[in-house]
Design a protein around this ligand. Sequence first.
Ligand code: ADP
Length: 252
Amino acid sequence: MDGRVAIVTGAGNGLGRAEALSLAAAGARLVLNDLPGHALDAVAAEIKAAGGEAIACPGDVGEWATGEALLAAARATYGGLDVLVNNAGVLRDRTIFNMTADEWDLVLRVHLRGHFVTTRMATAYWRALSKERGGPVYGRIVNTSSEAWLLGSAGQPNYAAAKAGIVALTVATARACARYGVRANAICPRARTTMTAELMGDAPDDVPDPMSPDRVAPLVTYLASPAGGRFTGEVFVVHSDVVALLGPPTVR
Ligand code: ADP
């Protein structure tokens, strides 16, 4: 990643943390976001201990001011921004029969508005930079959808709707930004994270966990890298290890 500057939201644990560590290991300099008090300093310390660079910039991604603060932190600390990885999320699971408007609003706000706010700040910055330089710039966005956007999830209508919206936002962003050199892709992981462990149950102790965030993070780093620039507006479904997931083959 050659010192490129990356924002990762929801980087305090789970998939976001794994993505931040993977990007840092590849040579990116990190701006880490999560809600205040969510272990960002520990993740930053982990990156620094491994010889990398990271700062914490806590805040609610649903807030316009957080988007502005993240971009400002990247510019002030590292002199610019190259990569945005949107991962912050929250669950309020309930079937459609009983879901409250507050549960709907919160999940849509953090996931979808959260993706919008940071994307708005990053793309406006990259477009202005591209106009100033008179050519394309380096800009990579990796958004976090879920397999739930297509398959639905009976206990998560709010989450599934937000994740579908993230796919649409990603494609619209890719089309609007292509001429400036900016690439936007979405991943749809089925990763065992803090968020999903409650739903999926514990992994069996006797086999390596095929759905660990460490299996998903390298794809994000690839899409954030120069080589990943060949893809834009794409949606990557990552089952992490479909063979382990589905069990031994029954065909002969
Ligand atoms: P996953 O591993 O799937 O990303 P986690 O629950 O481990 O699931 O991570 C989601 C992260 O997003 C958490 O660290 C959580 O604190 C963070 N988060 C939740 N709401 C917000 C928000 N409004 N702004 C920023 N980060 C948030």
